[in-house]
Each structure stands twice: as C-alpha cells, then as structure tokens.
Design a protein around this ligand. Sequence first.
Ligand code: ATP
Ligand code: MG
Length: 591
Amino acid sequence: MTWTTIRKRPAGDPPPNLPDYAAARANFTWAAARAELEGLPGGGLNIACEAVDRQVHAGRGAAIALRWLGKTGERREFSYAELATLSDRFAALLRQLGIGKGERVCALLGRIPELYITALGTLKAGAVFCPLFSAFGPEPVRVRLHKSDARLLVTTTTLYARKVQAQRAELPALAHVLLTDLDAAETPPAATQSFQHLLDSAPTCGITLDTRAEDNALLHFTSGTTGSPKGAVHVHEAVVAHRLSGRLALDLRPGDIYWCTADPGWVTGMSYGIIAPLVNGATLVVDEAEFDARRWYSILEQERVNIWYTAPTAIRMLMKVGAEAAQGHDFSALRLMASVGEPLNPEAVVWGQETFGQPFHDTWWQTETGAIMIANTRSQDVRPGSMGRPLPGIDAAIVRRLPGGGIAVLDIDQPGELALRCGWPSQFRGYLHDAARYQECFVDGWYLSGDLASRDADGYFWFLGRADDVIKTSGHLIGPFEVENALLEHPAVAEAGMIGKPDAFAGNIIKAFVALRPGFTPSDALRKELIGFARTRLGPAVAPRELEFMADLPKTRSGKIMRRLLRARELGLAPGDVSGLESDDAEQAES
Ligand code: ATP
Ligand code: MG
C-alpha cells in the first residue's frame, strides 16, 4: 500500500518553532546554539543548571517544573525554584559524602520525585548520573552497578532488599546506599542511610557549580536489542543538543505541558523525560503507573498535555485496545505527538491522524547520539513510514563501508548504513571499558549507526532495519520494517517481527512472528490468509514463507522487539545477553 503524505492544516496553535527548515539549516551554527545557554561563570557548563537554575534566574522560579501523578491518585507539584533547591541540596550531600567529580551515582527507582532530584543533583555535583530501570532483576542490576563502578546508589527499601542487598559484597566500590522511603523514626537497614534524612540535613545555601562542557555527565546503557548493553558516556556539552532538539523537533516552549512516556532508566526518559523539556521551560508530567490505555487517555485530556513523546510499542498497544477507548476524550490541547525507539509503521501514523486529529511524528536517534538527529517536525508534511529529515546542525548520509577501509556515500534511494558527520554536542564520548568498539563506530569523520536506511530525493530518511536484522533471501536484501509493516496493515495483526531462517535453496527464508489483536484467534486459515495478504503487498520474493503466532513478541524493557531472540529460539541457539529482556522472564530465556 502506498501511504499518502499527510498535509497539515494550520491550526489555531502558535506558529511552529521551526517554520522554515531550509533557512534554519542554512543559517545554523552550533556556536550560536551554545550561546543561547546561560553557562557557568568562567566558561563552564552544567546540564542541571541549564535545566532548572536558569529558569529561576529568568524569573520563572514559580512555574511548575514537575507534576507527579502517583499510581494511586496522589498528585505533587514542584516549582522550578523548589527543584533548584532540592537538587542543590542533593549535590551538597554528595559532596559531604565524599562523592568526587566524575564518580558514578546510580538510581534504581520507579518514576518518583526523588529520581528527578537525584538526577539533577548528581549533575550539579559534577558526578556522573547512571539511571537503572527499576524493573531490572538482580543480575542486570549487579552487572550495571559493577560495570559502572557505582559509588552511590539511590533506591527504595523494597528494591534494595530484592535486587541489591544479597550482592552488596560483590560491589566493593559501592560505598553508599540511600533509601528514599524510610520514615523519620525508622532505623535504616545495615549499610544504608535515609535519603530524606540526609537531604533534610544538607546545607540549604546554593552550591558552587564547577563543571566544564567536556566533563562526563551521564552514563546510559543501551537497550541490549542487538547484544550486550553498552555503556555510552555523555558530557555536559550534550545539553546544547537537548535544548535545540527539544525546541525544533518537539516544538517545546516555556509553559508547555509535556509528557514523555519513557522511563528515565532509558536515554529517552533522561534526554527528553527530564533535560530537554526543563531546559525549554516546560512542565513535566510524570506518571508513576505502568501503561494503561484508559489512564493514558485521561492524562492526555485532564492534564491538557500539549506535547506528547511516546514510542511505537505503546502506540501499537493503544491501537490493540481499540479506538473506542479514545472516544469521548478532549485532546484539543495536543499540539504535537511524536514517537521514537523503534520503526513507526505507517499504519500507526495514520491511526494517530484518525484518533487524535494529527499524525504521530517519528523521530530517530540512539543512546549514542544522545539527542534527536532526524525528525518529522511540526511544520513539515508527514510522510508516513519516514523518520523525517536531519535537524539543523546534523549532517546525515547513507554510506557503505569499503572493504579496504573508508566509506562511500551512496546516492538517493540506495539502501546503506545511516551515518552522521561527527561533531554534534551530544555525541557519545565513549563506550565504558570498550575503547575498541567505540573506535569501530567511526570512519573518516563519520559515525556509523548500525542502522540501515535510505534517503529520498527530498532528503527524507526511511528506516530499513538494523544491520544485524537485515536478511538476504534469493538474492534480495530485505529489511524487517517493510515486511512487518505489510503484516501490520492486516486488521488481525497487533505486532509483527521477522527473521531470516537459513534455507538450503534460498539462502534464507523469511519467517514472521505475529501477535493478534483481541477478537482474533490463531488458526491455519488465518496463517494462510496473512501470508497471502503479505504476498499481495510485497510480492512472493519478500513475503514471509512461514508464520507463527505468539501471545506477545519478546521485547526489551524499553519496548523494542528482540528479533535476535526470535532467531535464537527458532534456530535453537543460545539466547545471548537477555539482561534487558522484558519481564516474562529473563530467567526463562536463560535456562
Ligand atoms: P543495543 O545497541 O544494545 O542493541 P538499542 O540499539 O535498541 O540497543 P537504543 O540506543 O535504545 O538501544 O536504541 C536505538 C535504536 O533504536 C536505533 O539504532 C534504531 O535501531 C532504533 N530506533 C530508534 N528510533 C527509531 C525510529 N524512529 N525508527 C526506526 N528505528 C528506530
Ligand atoms: Mg544500538
């Protein structure tokens, strides 16, 4: 099926932050973007200062920075001034505990206010913040605390008892554990302290910030979709790109109500769940609860969310629940809906248009890029299935690695590896303990992303698949995205994943795995129907030859389909690193 471009009519909304793409690119310099930041006296730079203190200095201290929605209906709000003070105090307490510049502070917390205070305070202290997703099991937690040489961990009593305590002896660098939920009268368990008590007794006066732009600030582990998670290191300079991309790709402006559904355990939840919106003066909506379609629709309506940043898996879950759940809600406050993390199938883009009156705007980036690189922005027409165009300041190209070294830049519509010209501020500065792997990502001044894509004549980029997931069948090179998209157009299909299965004749055949929408049950007839449906759309060479039904596809905890696990199961291979696998259950896959 050919999807038509969605032309957007000007609404009553304010004009977009990026009205003229070509002019913005032509006139762009990173020096000018950097000059928009406040900076520190003496030329330093600090992400948290730009995120909260700057708003206070600009007279916006009373504006709401964080609106927290608890699982059971509680509501708490923090102004920019309050967040500035609390993060100052957390920074002061880190200094009192002897946490030095560049040392790692980890948080193993659900989406609660203490997480935000810890992140910002750590950055202010000049230590490196490393978020851990609270649903990780004990082993992934231990591995990450160990790899990062964490000196201090902020967590809760329950998470500590379940996931850390028994392994504490194996973590000699971990000098301090602070628990967020102890009552004032409660004695902390052995070798822990009360977060609240220490915070309350920390000095109230501001602390001196002394970070430089090139100082390490953040350590993010990748999702582990293609293999073992890598620890990507980012510096304070990254905030230049956070601010710019938040403004241009997400259209953020002061006073916006903004909801990013990603957990800060992943890079999206940090770069766009905390930093970019605060740097741009927005109010963060933070929902402590897990996904629930009805709850989400209510939040969008009742909080009057203006900008919503979510992910394809969540969108497909909403689609699976059915459009009825969205009916009757008032989404008129929504100015922009955007998505990241996985390929966004055209069906989902168009569903956005039908359900909310506007399409989802796909954006592309990675843990390594630190910020959005390619986006469909508010002012431009959306081509469903395309990731959009590179933001001002970003040079992207489609390249091929040459056998003798070096790369060749490919022409329009040629499939190849998506590469970015080095030098953007949020470019990662290393993989933790893996210098060789880091070096392999760079050729002739370009960063090679490991994703395959093509670029059309108008400069829009189209995702084909991860280099590891692309398969060769009967001489054709096939990316999973187009096969999965075709299946997702069928009304019975909620999720689809594709792998190559070795075949003596064709080299590989395509096998698809499908989860059905409610109301459909697996049967041979439906299998045949789906294969036939894909054939008419894709042709016999590209259509799946085999199709298996599953209740759910295996996903990383950040919501990405793990095709390597489908492949391993199908071929009876070892599953590899499953530390990032979604609950059900990492141990099962390991056994
Ligand atoms: P690992 O590197 O450990 O295998 P990961 O690549 O999934 O994990 P992330 O950095 O969280 O870890 O994800 C970045 C990847 O997500 C991209 O390289 C790309 O494959 C995919 N991705 C992100 N946004 C998009 C998008 N808009 N369209 C298609 N794929 C996307
Ligand atoms: Mg990756």
